[in-house]
Design a protein around this ligand. Structure first.
Ligand SMILES: [Zn+2]
Length: 68
């Protein structure tokens, strides 16, 4: 079965840039149905989870957390 991806776009509160994360529909749906984020969106990286949870873009996350 082909995986349908949901594109979730948001605006970074720090730099105002718009950035998006691709989420498999089945995972997105599990999350919408109330599953805890880290459990539902299991194919996403830590950075991508933060992009959705805090709306902060990857560049600003690096800046804030100080990692490369
Ligand atoms: Zn940003």
């Amino acid at each position: 079965m082909e995986t349908v991806m949901i594109k979730r776009t948001q605006t970074c509160p720090k730099c105002g840039k718009s950035h998006s994360v691709m989420v498999p529909f089945s995972e997105y749906w599990a999350w919408e149905c109330g599953a805890p984020m880290e459990q539902a969106l299991k194919s996403l990286t830590y950075c991508e989870l933060k992009q959705i949870a805090a709306k902060v873009c990857p560049d600003c996350q690096k800046e804030i957390l100080g990692y490369q």
